[in-house]
Design a protein around this ligand. Structure first.
Ligand code: ARG
Ligand code: ZN
Length: 480
Protein backbone atom coordinates (compact mmCIF):
# COMPACT_ATOMS: atom_id res chain seq x y z
CA UNK A 1 0.00 0.00 0.00
CA UNK A 2 1.26 3.38 -0.85
CA UNK A 3 0.54 5.91 1.84
CA UNK A 4 1.78 8.88 -0.16
CA UNK A 5 -0.46 8.34 -3.14
CA UNK A 6 -3.82 6.70 -2.82
CA UNK A 7 -4.54 4.11 -5.53
CA UNK A 8 -5.95 5.78 -8.63
CA UNK A 9 -9.45 5.02 -9.65
CA UNK A 10 -10.36 3.92 -13.16
CA UNK A 11 -11.55 7.35 -14.20
CA UNK A 12 -8.26 8.96 -13.17
CA UNK A 13 -6.29 6.45 -15.24
CA UNK A 14 -8.41 7.19 -18.32
CA UNK A 15 -7.80 10.92 -17.93
CA UNK A 16 -4.03 10.40 -17.72
CA UNK A 17 -3.93 8.08 -20.72
CA UNK A 18 -6.05 10.48 -22.76
CA UNK A 19 -3.81 13.40 -21.79
CA UNK A 20 -0.66 11.50 -22.72
CA UNK A 21 -2.13 10.59 -26.10
CA UNK A 22 -3.06 14.21 -26.73
CA UNK A 23 0.49 15.41 -26.02
CA UNK A 24 1.91 12.72 -28.28
CA UNK A 25 -0.48 13.72 -31.07
CA UNK A 26 0.49 17.39 -30.61
CA UNK A 27 4.17 16.55 -30.88
CA UNK A 28 3.56 14.56 -34.03
CA UNK A 29 1.44 17.23 -35.68
CA UNK A 30 3.39 20.08 -34.07
CA UNK A 31 0.06 21.83 -33.89
CA UNK A 32 0.51 22.74 -30.26
CA UNK A 33 4.28 22.21 -29.97
CA UNK A 34 6.33 25.32 -29.38
CA UNK A 35 8.46 25.36 -32.51
CA UNK A 36 11.53 27.57 -32.86
CA UNK A 37 11.85 31.19 -33.98
CA UNK A 38 13.49 31.70 -37.39
CA UNK A 39 16.78 33.61 -37.21
CA UNK A 40 17.15 37.27 -38.24
CA UNK A 41 19.86 36.58 -40.83
CA UNK A 42 21.15 33.78 -43.06
CA UNK A 43 24.79 34.21 -42.06
CA UNK A 44 26.04 36.27 -44.99
CA UNK A 45 29.72 37.23 -44.57
CA UNK A 46 29.00 40.94 -45.00
CA UNK A 47 25.36 41.49 -44.07
CA UNK A 48 24.45 39.84 -40.77
CA UNK A 49 20.83 40.96 -40.88
CA UNK A 50 20.06 40.20 -44.54
CA UNK A 51 17.76 37.27 -45.16
CA UNK A 52 16.04 35.25 -42.48
CA UNK A 53 16.15 31.66 -41.28
CA UNK A 54 13.39 29.08 -41.00
CA UNK A 55 11.56 29.42 -44.29
CA UNK A 56 11.98 29.56 -48.02
CA UNK A 57 9.89 31.92 -50.14
CA UNK A 58 8.24 30.43 -53.24
CA UNK A 59 6.39 33.50 -54.51
CA UNK A 60 5.88 37.20 -53.84
CA UNK A 61 2.73 38.94 -55.00
CA UNK A 62 3.31 42.68 -54.65
CA UNK A 63 0.56 45.27 -55.16
CA UNK A 64 1.53 48.93 -55.05
CA UNK A 65 -0.67 51.97 -55.51
CA UNK A 66 1.21 55.14 -56.34
CA UNK A 67 0.31 58.69 -57.29
CA UNK A 68 3.10 61.03 -58.42
CA UNK A 69 1.62 63.82 -56.29
CA UNK A 70 2.62 62.03 -53.07
CA UNK A 71 5.79 60.19 -52.04
CA UNK A 72 3.69 57.55 -50.26
CA UNK A 73 2.95 54.10 -51.53
CA UNK A 74 -0.02 51.99 -50.45
CA UNK A 75 0.91 48.37 -50.76
CA UNK A 76 0.16 44.76 -50.03
CA UNK A 77 2.75 42.01 -50.29
CA UNK A 78 1.57 38.41 -50.18
CA UNK A 79 4.34 35.92 -49.50
CA UNK A 80 3.99 32.21 -50.10
CA UNK A 81 6.67 30.35 -48.19
CA UNK A 82 7.60 26.89 -46.93
CA UNK A 83 8.68 26.32 -43.31
CA UNK A 84 12.08 24.65 -42.95
CA UNK A 85 11.39 23.54 -39.37
CA UNK A 86 8.58 23.99 -36.83
CA UNK A 87 8.35 27.76 -36.74
CA UNK A 88 7.00 29.65 -33.74
CA UNK A 89 7.87 33.00 -35.29
CA UNK A 90 9.85 34.30 -38.25
CA UNK A 91 11.36 37.52 -39.56
CA UNK A 92 10.88 39.56 -42.69
CA UNK A 93 13.38 42.23 -43.73
CA UNK A 94 11.68 45.62 -43.86
CA UNK A 95 12.91 49.19 -43.32
CA UNK A 96 10.62 52.13 -42.63
CA UNK A 97 6.99 52.22 -43.81
CA UNK A 98 3.95 51.72 -41.59
CA UNK A 99 2.63 48.19 -41.34
CA UNK A 100 -1.17 48.20 -41.11
CA UNK A 101 -1.83 44.49 -40.71
CA UNK A 102 -0.20 41.09 -41.03
CA UNK A 103 -1.98 37.80 -41.38
CA UNK A 104 -0.59 34.27 -41.60
CA UNK A 105 -2.87 31.86 -43.45
CA UNK A 106 -5.62 34.44 -43.10
CA UNK A 107 -5.36 34.71 -39.29
CA UNK A 108 -4.16 37.97 -37.71
CA UNK A 109 -0.55 37.67 -36.50
CA UNK A 110 1.42 39.67 -33.95
CA UNK A 111 4.35 41.73 -35.13
CA UNK A 112 7.24 43.57 -33.57
CA UNK A 113 9.74 45.70 -35.43
CA UNK A 114 13.20 47.13 -35.12
CA UNK A 115 15.22 49.14 -37.65
CA UNK A 116 15.65 46.37 -40.24
CA UNK A 117 13.46 43.51 -39.18
CA UNK A 118 9.84 42.67 -38.63
CA UNK A 119 9.18 39.63 -36.45
CA UNK A 120 5.90 37.89 -37.18
CA UNK A 121 4.36 35.61 -34.56
CA UNK A 122 1.46 33.58 -35.93
CA UNK A 123 -1.27 32.25 -33.67
CA UNK A 124 0.01 28.69 -33.89
CA UNK A 125 3.28 27.01 -34.80
CA UNK A 126 3.83 26.48 -38.52
CA UNK A 127 4.83 22.87 -39.05
CA UNK A 128 8.04 21.99 -40.85
CA UNK A 129 7.40 21.53 -44.57
CA UNK A 130 4.08 23.38 -44.53
CA UNK A 131 3.37 26.05 -47.10
CA UNK A 132 2.07 29.22 -45.48
CA UNK A 133 0.83 32.56 -46.74
CA UNK A 134 1.77 35.87 -45.17
CA UNK A 135 -0.17 38.98 -46.16
CA UNK A 136 1.31 42.34 -45.20
CA UNK A 137 -0.64 45.58 -45.73
CA UNK A 138 1.54 48.68 -45.40
CA UNK A 139 1.92 52.25 -46.52
CA UNK A 140 4.25 55.23 -46.28
CA UNK A 141 7.18 56.92 -47.93
CA UNK A 142 10.03 54.51 -48.67
CA UNK A 143 13.38 55.69 -47.31
CA UNK A 144 16.25 54.60 -49.53
CA UNK A 145 19.52 53.84 -47.75
CA UNK A 146 22.95 54.83 -48.91
CA UNK A 147 25.47 52.13 -49.63
CA UNK A 148 29.00 52.66 -48.33
CA UNK A 149 30.64 51.67 -51.62
CA UNK A 150 28.59 53.91 -53.90
CA UNK A 151 27.24 57.31 -52.91
CA UNK A 152 23.89 56.42 -54.42
CA UNK A 153 20.48 56.07 -52.85
CA UNK A 154 19.61 52.41 -52.60
CA UNK A 155 16.05 51.09 -52.71
CA UNK A 156 12.78 52.63 -53.92
CA UNK A 157 13.72 56.06 -55.22
CA UNK A 158 11.35 58.89 -56.05
CA UNK A 159 12.39 61.88 -58.13
CA UNK A 160 10.95 65.37 -57.65
CA UNK A 161 9.01 64.90 -60.87
CA UNK A 162 7.14 62.01 -59.25
CA UNK A 163 8.85 59.38 -61.43
CA UNK A 164 10.20 56.45 -59.40
CA UNK A 165 12.56 53.55 -59.89
CA UNK A 166 14.24 50.85 -57.82
CA UNK A 167 18.00 50.30 -57.50
CA UNK A 168 18.36 47.77 -54.71
CA UNK A 169 21.69 45.95 -54.94
CA UNK A 170 22.58 44.62 -52.44
CA UNK A 171 20.16 45.51 -49.66
CA UNK A 172 17.51 47.96 -50.87
CA UNK A 173 14.60 45.58 -51.56
CA UNK A 174 13.56 45.86 -47.91
CA UNK A 175 12.85 49.59 -48.43
CA UNK A 176 9.73 48.82 -50.47
CA UNK A 177 8.46 45.33 -49.69
CA UNK A 178 8.85 42.91 -46.77
CA UNK A 179 10.95 39.97 -47.89
CA UNK A 180 13.69 37.47 -47.28
CA UNK A 181 16.36 39.84 -48.52
CA UNK A 182 19.20 37.54 -49.47
CA UNK A 183 20.13 36.06 -52.87
CA UNK A 184 20.08 32.51 -51.49
CA UNK A 185 16.26 32.67 -51.33
CA UNK A 186 15.07 33.26 -54.88
CA UNK A 187 11.36 33.26 -55.70
CA UNK A 188 8.94 34.03 -58.52
CA UNK A 189 7.09 37.37 -58.46
CA UNK A 190 3.83 39.03 -59.46
CA UNK A 191 3.63 42.83 -59.59
CA UNK A 192 0.38 44.82 -59.71
CA UNK A 193 1.21 48.51 -59.88
CA UNK A 194 -1.64 51.00 -59.95
CA UNK A 195 -0.83 54.49 -61.21
CA UNK A 196 -2.74 57.34 -62.82
CA UNK A 197 -3.72 56.63 -66.39
CA UNK A 198 -1.07 58.04 -68.71
CA UNK A 199 1.95 56.88 -66.69
CA UNK A 200 3.82 53.74 -67.65
CA UNK A 201 5.15 51.01 -65.38
CA UNK A 202 8.14 48.81 -66.14
CA UNK A 203 8.92 45.78 -63.98
CA UNK A 204 10.56 42.36 -64.22
CA UNK A 205 9.30 39.57 -66.42
CA UNK A 206 6.40 39.71 -68.82
CA UNK A 207 3.68 42.32 -69.00
CA UNK A 208 0.43 40.39 -68.54
CA UNK A 209 -1.95 43.32 -68.80
CA UNK A 210 -2.23 47.07 -68.41
CA UNK A 211 -5.87 47.49 -69.34
CA UNK A 212 -7.47 47.31 -65.89
CA UNK A 213 -8.75 50.75 -64.99
CA UNK A 214 -10.81 52.05 -62.08
CA UNK A 215 -13.29 54.92 -61.77
CA UNK A 216 -10.63 57.23 -60.32
CA UNK A 217 -8.62 57.26 -63.53
CA UNK A 218 -6.04 54.72 -62.39
CA UNK A 219 -4.59 51.89 -64.38
CA UNK A 220 -3.05 48.69 -63.05
CA UNK A 221 0.04 47.21 -64.69
CA UNK A 222 0.40 43.49 -64.06
CA UNK A 223 3.82 41.92 -64.57
CA UNK A 224 4.85 38.33 -63.91
CA UNK A 225 8.39 37.10 -63.28
CA UNK A 226 8.08 33.38 -63.95
CA UNK A 227 11.66 32.39 -63.16
CA UNK A 228 13.23 32.57 -59.69
CA UNK A 229 14.66 35.99 -58.87
CA UNK A 230 16.80 37.38 -56.05
CA UNK A 231 15.13 40.17 -54.07
CA UNK A 232 17.80 42.77 -54.98
CA UNK A 233 16.85 42.34 -58.65
CA UNK A 234 13.15 43.12 -58.16
CA UNK A 235 12.42 46.42 -59.91
CA UNK A 236 9.52 48.70 -60.62
CA UNK A 237 9.94 51.96 -62.57
CA UNK A 238 7.04 54.40 -62.89
CA UNK A 239 7.04 57.40 -65.20
CA UNK A 240 6.49 58.69 -68.67
CA UNK A 241 7.88 56.10 -71.07
CA UNK A 242 7.75 55.28 -74.73
CA UNK A 243 7.83 51.51 -75.18
CA UNK A 244 9.80 49.85 -77.95
CA UNK A 245 9.06 46.23 -78.83
CA UNK A 246 11.37 44.20 -81.00
CA UNK A 247 13.06 40.80 -81.12
CA UNK A 248 16.62 39.55 -81.33
CA UNK A 249 17.58 38.02 -84.72
CA UNK A 250 16.94 34.58 -83.17
CA UNK A 251 13.54 35.62 -81.84
CA UNK A 252 13.92 36.56 -78.16
CA UNK A 253 11.40 39.26 -77.22
CA UNK A 254 12.94 42.63 -76.35
CA UNK A 255 10.88 45.42 -74.80
CA UNK A 256 12.51 48.70 -73.83
CA UNK A 257 11.10 51.57 -71.78
CA UNK A 258 12.76 54.72 -73.10
CA UNK A 259 12.32 58.36 -72.11
CA UNK A 260 10.20 60.04 -74.79
CA UNK A 261 12.64 62.92 -75.30
CA UNK A 262 15.53 60.48 -75.85
CA UNK A 263 13.57 57.88 -77.76
CA UNK A 264 15.32 58.00 -81.14
CA UNK A 265 18.80 58.16 -79.65
CA UNK A 266 17.96 55.33 -77.24
CA UNK A 267 16.62 53.12 -80.03
CA UNK A 268 19.89 53.68 -81.84
CA UNK A 269 22.14 53.13 -78.77
CA UNK A 270 20.36 49.95 -77.68
CA UNK A 271 19.92 48.52 -81.18
CA UNK A 272 22.92 46.23 -80.51
CA UNK A 273 21.00 44.38 -77.79
CA UNK A 274 19.47 41.69 -80.02
CA UNK A 275 22.71 40.71 -81.70
CA UNK A 276 24.48 40.74 -78.34
CA UNK A 277 21.81 38.55 -76.77
CA UNK A 278 22.17 35.97 -79.52
CA UNK A 279 25.97 36.13 -79.32
CA UNK A 280 26.03 35.61 -75.55
CA UNK A 281 23.53 32.76 -75.98
CA UNK A 282 25.93 31.09 -78.38
CA UNK A 283 28.83 31.49 -75.93
CA UNK A 284 27.18 30.96 -72.49
CA UNK A 285 24.18 28.82 -73.46
CA UNK A 286 20.52 29.75 -74.02
CA UNK A 287 19.25 33.06 -72.61
CA UNK A 288 17.86 32.00 -69.21
CA UNK A 289 14.66 34.11 -69.31
CA UNK A 290 11.81 34.71 -71.75
CA UNK A 291 12.26 38.41 -72.46
CA UNK A 292 14.83 41.15 -72.08
CA UNK A 293 14.95 44.92 -72.21
CA UNK A 294 15.99 48.04 -70.37
CA UNK A 295 14.42 51.04 -68.73
CA UNK A 296 16.21 54.38 -68.95
CA UNK A 297 15.16 56.47 -65.96
CA UNK A 298 14.98 60.28 -65.92
CA UNK A 299 17.99 60.70 -63.61
CA UNK A 300 21.76 60.77 -64.00
CA UNK A 301 23.00 57.61 -62.27
CA UNK A 302 26.50 56.91 -63.62
CA UNK A 303 25.65 53.33 -62.84
CA UNK A 304 23.43 50.69 -64.38
CA UNK A 305 21.83 47.72 -62.71
CA UNK A 306 21.09 44.30 -64.18
CA UNK A 307 17.55 44.05 -62.71
CA UNK A 308 16.24 40.73 -64.00
CA UNK A 309 15.01 40.92 -67.61
CA UNK A 310 14.73 44.75 -67.32
CA UNK A 311 18.07 46.44 -66.65
CA UNK A 312 18.04 50.01 -65.33
CA UNK A 313 20.15 52.70 -66.99
CA UNK A 314 20.48 56.40 -66.16
CA UNK A 315 19.60 58.98 -68.79
CA UNK A 316 23.33 59.71 -69.22
CA UNK A 317 23.71 56.28 -70.82
CA UNK A 318 21.89 57.55 -73.92
CA UNK A 319 23.75 59.82 -76.36
CA UNK A 320 22.91 58.44 -79.79
CA UNK A 321 26.61 57.68 -80.29
CA UNK A 322 26.67 54.20 -78.81
CA UNK A 323 28.95 55.22 -75.93
CA UNK A 324 27.27 52.81 -73.53
CA UNK A 325 27.89 49.66 -75.57
CA UNK A 326 30.24 48.18 -72.92
CA UNK A 327 27.66 48.74 -70.17
CA UNK A 328 24.88 47.36 -72.37
CA UNK A 329 26.96 44.19 -72.80
CA UNK A 330 27.78 44.12 -69.10
CA UNK A 331 24.18 44.28 -67.84
CA UNK A 332 23.02 41.76 -70.44
CA UNK A 333 25.75 39.29 -69.43
CA UNK A 334 24.61 39.58 -65.80
CA UNK A 335 21.34 37.91 -66.82
CA UNK A 336 23.38 34.69 -67.02
CA UNK A 337 25.98 35.54 -64.36
CA UNK A 338 24.36 37.07 -61.31
CA UNK A 339 20.68 36.70 -62.15
CA UNK A 340 20.33 33.09 -63.28
CA UNK A 341 23.48 31.87 -61.49
CA UNK A 342 23.23 33.89 -58.28
CA UNK A 343 25.63 34.56 -55.43
CA UNK A 344 25.39 32.42 -52.33
CA UNK A 345 27.21 35.08 -50.29
CA UNK A 346 27.93 38.75 -51.04
CA UNK A 347 31.65 38.12 -50.46
CA UNK A 348 31.65 36.22 -53.81
CA UNK A 349 30.65 39.36 -55.75
CA UNK A 350 33.48 38.78 -58.28
CA UNK A 351 31.35 35.91 -59.66
CA UNK A 352 28.94 38.62 -60.82
CA UNK A 353 31.17 41.53 -61.71
CA UNK A 354 34.25 39.70 -63.00
CA UNK A 355 32.11 37.61 -65.36
CA UNK A 356 30.10 40.58 -66.66
CA UNK A 357 33.32 42.54 -67.20
CA UNK A 358 34.91 39.68 -69.12
CA UNK A 359 31.75 39.40 -71.23
CA UNK A 360 32.32 43.00 -72.38
CA UNK A 361 35.71 41.94 -73.76
CA UNK A 362 34.22 38.87 -75.43
CA UNK A 363 31.66 41.08 -77.17
CA UNK A 364 34.23 43.51 -78.55
CA UNK A 365 36.46 40.64 -79.57
CA UNK A 366 33.47 39.27 -81.50
CA UNK A 367 32.48 42.42 -83.36
CA UNK A 368 35.80 44.19 -83.86
CA UNK A 369 38.56 42.43 -85.77
CA UNK A 370 41.07 45.00 -84.52
CA UNK A 371 40.25 44.27 -80.89
CA UNK A 372 42.73 42.02 -79.09
CA UNK A 373 41.78 40.67 -75.66
CA UNK A 374 45.37 39.76 -74.76
CA UNK A 375 46.59 43.20 -75.61
CA UNK A 376 43.75 44.89 -73.77
CA UNK A 377 44.31 42.82 -70.65
CA UNK A 378 48.07 43.31 -70.78
CA UNK A 379 47.41 47.05 -70.90
CA UNK A 380 44.96 46.97 -68.00
CA UNK A 381 47.33 44.82 -65.98
CA UNK A 382 50.22 47.24 -66.33
CA UNK A 383 48.02 50.16 -65.51
CA UNK A 384 46.38 48.47 -62.60
CA UNK A 385 49.24 46.48 -61.16
CA UNK A 386 49.54 48.34 -57.92
CA UNK A 387 45.92 49.04 -57.25
CA UNK A 388 44.19 45.76 -58.09
CA UNK A 389 43.61 44.37 -54.64
CA UNK A 390 42.63 40.81 -53.67
CA UNK A 391 39.00 39.98 -54.42
CA UNK A 392 38.44 36.83 -52.39
CA UNK A 393 37.24 39.04 -49.53
CA UNK A 394 36.88 42.56 -50.94
CA UNK A 395 35.00 43.93 -47.93
CA UNK A 396 31.58 45.50 -47.84
CA UNK A 397 32.95 48.94 -48.73
CA UNK A 398 34.58 47.62 -51.92
CA UNK A 399 31.83 45.33 -53.17
CA UNK A 400 31.65 47.36 -56.38
CA UNK A 401 35.25 48.57 -56.42
CA UNK A 402 37.46 48.46 -59.53
CA UNK A 403 39.39 45.46 -58.23
CA UNK A 404 36.28 43.27 -58.15
CA UNK A 405 35.44 44.13 -61.75
CA UNK A 406 38.88 44.29 -63.34
CA UNK A 407 40.78 41.67 -61.38
CA UNK A 408 37.68 39.48 -61.62
CA UNK A 409 37.72 39.78 -65.41
CA UNK A 410 41.48 39.26 -65.66
CA UNK A 411 41.19 36.17 -63.45
CA UNK A 412 38.84 34.61 -66.00
CA UNK A 413 41.25 35.44 -68.79
CA UNK A 414 44.11 33.89 -66.81
CA UNK A 415 41.93 30.79 -66.35
CA UNK A 416 41.33 30.67 -70.10
CA UNK A 417 45.08 30.91 -70.68
CA UNK A 418 45.68 28.13 -68.17
CA UNK A 419 43.09 25.54 -69.20
CA UNK A 420 42.68 26.48 -72.87
CA UNK A 421 39.75 27.85 -74.86
CA UNK A 422 37.78 24.63 -75.07
CA UNK A 423 37.80 23.83 -71.36
CA UNK A 424 37.29 27.51 -70.51
CA UNK A 425 34.16 27.98 -72.60
CA UNK A 426 32.85 24.58 -71.54
CA UNK A 427 33.32 25.74 -67.95
CA UNK A 428 31.33 28.93 -68.57
CA UNK A 429 28.53 26.98 -70.24
CA UNK A 430 28.46 24.34 -67.49
CA UNK A 431 28.38 27.10 -64.87
CA UNK A 432 25.37 28.69 -66.58
CA UNK A 433 23.53 25.39 -67.03
CA UNK A 434 24.33 23.47 -63.83
CA UNK A 435 23.49 26.42 -61.58
CA UNK A 436 20.71 27.85 -63.74
CA UNK A 437 18.18 29.68 -61.51
CA UNK A 438 20.17 28.62 -58.44
CA UNK A 439 22.76 30.08 -56.08
CA UNK A 440 26.44 29.17 -56.08
CA UNK A 441 29.76 30.08 -54.47
CA UNK A 442 33.38 30.60 -55.51
CA UNK A 443 34.16 27.08 -54.27
CA UNK A 444 31.43 25.71 -56.56
CA UNK A 445 33.07 27.50 -59.48
CA UNK A 446 36.55 26.20 -58.66
CA UNK A 447 35.19 22.67 -58.30
CA UNK A 448 33.44 22.94 -61.66
CA UNK A 449 36.45 24.39 -63.49
CA UNK A 450 38.60 21.57 -62.09
CA UNK A 451 36.06 18.97 -63.17
CA UNK A 452 35.74 20.34 -66.70
CA UNK A 453 39.46 20.97 -67.23
CA UNK A 454 40.78 17.96 -65.32
CA UNK A 455 43.31 20.29 -63.69
CA UNK A 456 44.04 21.06 -60.05
CA UNK A 457 43.22 24.77 -59.70
CA UNK A 458 43.22 25.49 -55.96
CA UNK A 459 46.53 27.29 -56.11
CA UNK A 460 45.59 29.15 -59.28
CA UNK A 461 42.48 30.62 -57.66
CA UNK A 462 44.15 31.22 -54.30
CA UNK A 463 46.71 33.42 -56.12
CA UNK A 464 44.43 35.13 -58.61
CA UNK A 465 41.72 35.93 -56.12
CA UNK A 466 43.69 36.27 -52.93
CA UNK A 467 47.36 37.19 -53.43
CA UNK A 468 48.40 40.74 -52.54
CA UNK A 469 50.28 41.03 -55.82
CA UNK A 470 48.55 40.31 -59.09
CA UNK A 471 50.12 37.09 -60.42
CA UNK A 472 51.83 37.06 -63.82
CA UNK A 473 49.50 36.22 -66.67
CA UNK A 474 50.12 32.73 -67.97
CA UNK A 475 51.05 32.23 -71.62
CA UNK A 476 52.38 34.83 -73.98
CA UNK A 477 50.65 38.09 -74.63
CA UNK A 478 50.92 39.79 -77.93
CA UNK A 479 51.72 43.45 -77.90
CA UNK A 480 51.54 43.86 -81.65
N1 ARG B 1 25.78 45.45 -60.45
C1 ARG B 1 25.91 46.79 -60.97
C2 ARG B 1 26.72 46.65 -62.23
O1 ARG B 1 27.88 46.39 -62.20
C3 ARG B 1 26.61 47.70 -60.03
C4 ARG B 1 25.79 48.44 -59.09
C5 ARG B 1 26.67 49.19 -58.12
N2 ARG B 1 25.98 50.07 -57.28
C6 ARG B 1 25.14 49.73 -56.32
N3 ARG B 1 24.59 50.64 -55.60
N4 ARG B 1 24.84 48.51 -56.07
O2 ARG B 1 26.19 46.64 -63.27
ZN1 ZN C 1 27.99 44.50 -62.99
Amino acid sequence: MNILRPPMNRRGRIVIVAFTLLIAACLVLAGCGNGEPGSAGVGDSYFADLGNGGYDVAHYDISVRYHPGSPEINATTIIEAVAKFDLSSFNLDLIGLTVDSVTVNGEPAKISRNENEMTVTPQGTIASGDTFTVTVDYHGEPTPGVLASTPLPNGWIRLDSGATYVLAEPDGARTWFPNNDHPTDKATYSFHVTVPDGMEVAANGRLVSSDTTDNDGNRTWHWEMDEPMASYLAMVAIGDYQIQRTTSPNGVTIRNFFLPDQYDMAVSDFSVTGEMLDFFSSVFGPYPFDEYGVVTVPAVLYVALETQTMSVFGSEAVDGLGSSEPVIAHELAHQWFGNSVTLGDWRDIWLNEGFATYAELLWFDHIDSDFDIDETIAGITQWGERKLRPIDDPGVDNLFGDSVYIRGGITLHALRRTIGDEAFFNTLRAWASEYKHASATTDDFIELAERVSGQQLDEFFADWLGADELPDLPGSFGTS
